[in-house]
Design a protein around this ligand. Structure first.
Ligand code: WQD
Length: 351
């Protein structure tokens, strides 16, 4: 079996991608320092796939610790690099933390890929690189506007760094630009685990609906959109995960057109915040407690994907619809609440 290193393998998209890779016959190892994730997700991966994945709990900003992974695994044929901080809001407050962490870890991984001649590299990028596009839907050729946050800037710079690295050593890379990943694995054994108060829309909705949050805010309904709230392209995390497996096959089969190909990963449907809330209420049967708040600084008015390239070249076809996205997110939130009750009950016995 071909061995793949997944950095950030204990994170939301990383863990779902590991499941898809294993189900498609790959041998997977993870590198994640769990600064923003929890190793428990490896148990969920084992329950789903039957495989216990080894996680190297290292800080990829430390070169010597990173290179040790490759010394122990000289048979790595591909790397999927997720490991990065990803909070848009936090990055505005702490830009240097984001540049230091996201770029140093990327450079170390690329140095190791070069040193150990790992020929295939998939980079976790984001629709954030487009900034506020003049024309939507965006294609991979849509020019990048100024990034609205340090997080977006690290993705723009990250793409450039990957492109330069592979063009000079002849290896191959794919940049995957995710739109808005949402939902959870159908088993409800894993899903999004925001740290602290959720910034992203769907976890804010599900935590409000389950009673963890008293109410949620819709950040602005005075935008030039159909109902005044922002438009995004929401895509199921399992569809995003499968795109990584297809991207690796594309590279392993030498089908890449250039040393560094770019693909948009979105459904191609733009939906407003209020439409998402309605879809959630329909899927869960729960009336959501929300109110309209002020616009959130850094928000893009509207963006959604033209996904023709991923469909035609990767053979990618999103298979989960909006109902699946909302229902799986809700089932996961209900499972978390049940686990918390069980956890409290077992701790109560200890007191
Ligand atoms: C979506 C919409 C908010 C919370 C995300 C990721 C980023 C990148 C792109 C991968 C906005 C509104 C939100 C709330 C709200 N993905 N909202 N109330 O900003 O598009 O960026 O996708 O790399 O990493 O962060 O997603 O879910 O934060 O916001 O009204 O409580 O929902 O204003 O219009 P965003 P988001």
């Amino acid at each position: 079996m071909k061995k793949i290193l997944v950095t950030g393998g204990c994170g939301y998209i990383g863990a779902h991608t590991i499941v898809d890779l294993i189900e498609n016959g790959f041998d997977v190892i993870s590198a994640d320092n769990n600064s923003r994730s929890n190793e428990n997700v490896l148990d969920a991966i084992e329950k789903i796939t039957g495989k216990m994945v080894k996680n190297y709990k290292v800080d990829l900003c430390i070169y010597d610790d990173t290179v040790a992974i490759f010394q122990e695994n000289p048979d790595i044929v591909g790397i999927i690099h997720f490991a990065a901080y990803k909070s848009v809001g936090e990055s505005v407050k702490k830009p240097l933390l984001y540049f230091e962490n996201n770029l140093n870890s990327l450079i170390n991984i690329l140095k190791c890929a070069d040193e150990f001649a790992v020929p295939n590299f998939v980079f976790s990028s984001s629709c954030t690189v487009y900034g506020n596009p003049d024309v939507i839907p965006v294609t991979e050729e849509t020019p990048m506007k100024a990034a609205e946050s340090a997080y977006g800037a690290t993705k723009q710079m990250g793409e450039k760094i990957v492109n330069e690295a592979v063009n000079c050593n002849g290896s191959h890379a794919i940049l995957l630009r995710y739109f808005n990943p949402v939902g959870a694995h159908p088993s409800a054994l894993m899903g999004e685990l925001p740290l602290g108060k959720p910034e992203n829309l769907v976890p804010a909705i599900t935590q409000t609906a389950v009673g963890k949050l008293p109410m949620m805010k819709v950040w602005g309904n005075d935008y030039p959109t159909k109902d005044g709230s922002c438009v995004r392209d929401y895509i199921h995390v399992c569809d995003i995960a499968h795109a990584h497996t297809l991207a690796l096959h594309y590279l392993l089969d030498d089908r890449n057109k250039t040393n560094c190909d770019i693909f948009n990963l979105g459904t191609g449907d733009g939906l407003t915040v209020l439409e998402i809330i309605r879809a959630f209420e329909k899927a869960s049967g729960v009336k959501l407690n929300y109110e309209i708040g002020p616009r959130r600084p850094g928000d893009v008015v509207a963006i959604y994907a033209n996904n023709d390239k991923a469909k035609s070249l990767l053979g990618w076809k999103p298979k989960y619809n909006l109902q699946d996205m909302m229902a799986s997110a809700w089932n996961w939130e209900l499972k978390l609440k049940e686990d918390e009750k069980l956890f409290k009950a077992s701790n109560a016995n200890l007191n």
